[in-house]
Design a protein around this ligand. Structure first.
Ligand code: AMP
Length: 308
């Protein structure tokens, strides 16, 4: 069976949106990546760290979904990573209110033996040196290494981020972060500059405006499905990345043409994630719902124009 190794945060989030507010709920980049990838019937292993305050029921929920959590270290006398954010009325932008690294501050990831030969590696949003350490523990060169990151790490560990960027194949970041990383406003120019930093594929996520894929002067665009109700965009970016990586692990085809399909899968899964607070929608998502919405994606983007 195909294997996906994902590293990222397994966290507590507290979220405020125009629709309401949550106390500490389950979140984290690794959690959302794992839940998205669990849709593909592949073996997904998550590497992360939590504190003694982290409910076991969250880990068993992930296990029930087929996600292997052997690589999630539990630091009994430590506190779990905590992030809190408030969304603006447009739901596209947010302010980070709190980032408490807690057990993440001295995290040394250990990749379980069984995942050291994973064909696809998803370096989810986390300190770039932790991402690098995961990569260095692989027994063989993975078919594809994907990296997701955010402004927090660009602000606090830019040099380390550049080191790991040289070692990866695909970067997935949002438009604002692509501009920050490249210093370019135009996303086409931003992608060019980011290519020069290492990744041969650059995926730029534009929230409700879809996602762009750049490779060797070629470009592909996938829309986000226009939704009547968006409750909480938290985790949409990670869900996109998990769907993208999960689809590639399942198909084991890393051609540009197949990366386009992976983008569609990522967008499709992200469109579910935003429908409820936190991980709730992804926890209850069924294969039928995914299939049905893929048909809607096809209809949304297909046209037949005469060019003469
Ligand atoms: P997204 O909305 O896809 O950007 O991801 C939101 C998730 O990222 C939340 O569940 C947070 O727990 C997690 N998160 C927030 N800040 C960080 C950070 N600096 N590093 C890793 N994960 C983070």
């Amino acid at each position: 069976m195909s294997k996906l190794l994902a590293v990222g945060t397994v966290a507590f989030d507290a979220i405020e949106t125009p629709f309401g507010k949550t106390d500490k709920i389950l979140g984290g980049s690794g959690t959302f990546v794992g839940l998205a990838a669990s849709q593909f019937g592949i073996e997904t292993g998550v590497v992360s760290v939590v504190g003694g305050d982290f409910p076991e029921s969250y880990l068993s929920m992930m296990n029930d979904k087929g996600i292997n959590t052997d690589g999630v270290e539990v630091v009994k006398d430590g506190k779990t990573f905590f992030w809190s954010g408030r969304y603006h009325n447009d739901m596209n932008s947010r302010d980070t209110l709190v980032t408490e690294l807690n057990v993440l501050a001295d995290f040394n990831p250990v990749v379980p033996e069984a995942f050291k030969n994973a064909s696809i590696v998803m370096l989810g949003n986390l300190h770039p040196l932790v991402q690098l350490s995961v990569l260095e523990q692989m027994n063989e060169k993975p078919k594809l290494v994907i990296l997701d990151t955010m402004n927090f790490w660009m602000d606090s560990a830019l040099g380390d981020l550049h080191t790991v960027l040289k070692r990866i194949d695909v970067i997935t970041i949002n438009d604002e972060e692509a501009r920050q990383l490249s210093g370019e406003y135009s996303l086409v120019n931003a992608a060019k500059k980011i290519h020069e930093m290492g990744p041969k594929y650059v995926v730029i996520k534009k929230g409700e405006h879809g996602a762009l894929l750049f490779h060797n002067g070629k470009m592909f665009f996938a829309p986000a499905l226009p939704l009547a109700e968006v409750f909480d965009p938290t985790g949409a970016g990670d869900t996109f990345a998990g769907g993208f990586a999960g689809y590639l692990a399942k198909t084991e085809d890393v051609s540009f043409e197949n990366l386009k399909n992976a983008i569609i899968y990522g967008s499709n899964l992200a469109s579910f994630c935003v429908e409820k607070f936190g991980t709730q929608r992804m926890e209850e998502l069924t294969a039928d719902e995914v299939k049905h919405r893929l048909e809607a994606f096809k209809e949304l983007t297909q046209f037949d124009i005469r060019l003469s």
